[in-house]
Write a protein that binds this ligand. Sequence first.
Ligand code: ZN
Length: 443
Amino acid sequence: MTKIGRWFAVLGLAGVLAGGMARAGVAQNPAPDGQQAQAAATQTGAQEAYRLPPEKLAKAIALGRIRSVLHFVYALWDLGVLWLVLARGWAARLAAWTERTVRRRWLQGLAFFAVLLILLTVADLPLDGFSHQVSRAYGISVQGWGGWALDMAKALGLTVLIGSPLMLLFNGIVSRWPRRYWLWAWMAAVPLMVAGTFLSPLLEPVFNKFEPLAESNPALVAQLEKVVARTGTQIPADRMYLMKASLKTNGLNAYVSGIGATKRVVVWDTTAGRIPNDEVLFIFGHESGHYVLHHIPEGLAVSAVSAFFVFWGCAGFAGWLVRRFGPGWRVTAVGTRAGFVVLLLTVSLAGFVLEPAVNTFSRHIEHEADIYGQEAIHGIVADPQQTAVGAFNRLGEAWLEDPNPNPLIEFWTYNHPSVQQRAEFAEHYDPWANGGRGKYFAK
Ligand SMILES: [Zn+2]
């Protein structure tokens, strides 16, 4: 799911599978997260804003290392598998086999891409299993192997169901316009990207249970409505959901997803009711920031513009790969079925190379949402600075975030600023001191 999700993120179909770009949460993905280091802030010897008890600190450092290594192993593994599928001639053989066994051309294509997606997903299983094992060993995941396997099977089903026809569509575009296909593919990708963002919340119940937040946390909803009133978001209570995350994880999170009629705020049940309501208000304020500051449309626009250049670049590189290696791989053109695998390889590579840029943009909007969240609870909670610092400490401890991650790792892999930086900023952010005004709220 991760790998497939990554391609589609680059292809601009993010929302369809994982809701990747379209989702802006307060924590990282159920994986790590953080940001470009103000390394200096943590080296001053001053009391740090984010602190862990000693035994958790040791675990967080060890887990941070595993996460970093795993991140890059995943990327290289995926590229390696695609290369292998081409270099061993499996792509060409699979294409020939579907042509022999299936009569209709479009069915041949569907069969080819379905088998390819299954193969690529299965190739990731050892890494997926290892990740799950690590998460359980560190007490973050509480999901058993049966439930995990069921989730993987569902993800595979969705991937094949949605991914195969989409790949067939793009494959058709490439073979129909062999020269300018990247432009047509881009034009097809942009509306699909919007559709994916719109539809992704509708797929979420496949994996988790949702219920109206008001059902279990009416007092919290009443307090949240104060923040709603202050932010002018007009998020009705029926767009606030509680996700039953506690069946699977001890992590904390809340996020906003969807657009238009599917736009919603989701708070995990490990968060609502389990941490002080003031801190939930802050997290909700952060999420409201994504809403109010139009981060989802902004993210979509940025992906659309970057996809234009990515498609152009990938088309050029794929053409070169086919000229250089095509004879050995038995790939005659990018527009063939096996040729599409070459294109997937280039898109995967682009995704890996562009990751720091995507994450830098993501850290920027997450920082804006942090500012917004802290301002949004001003006048509603007693001490916005302490509330935000408290929430970050709880988030960091729940996910075992390393307080001092390697700056290069942060730069490359963190889609949120590091917890240390976020807490550090929150501790000192008081724009109203000395009669000043906030960035988003006058008072
Ligand atoms: Zn966020």
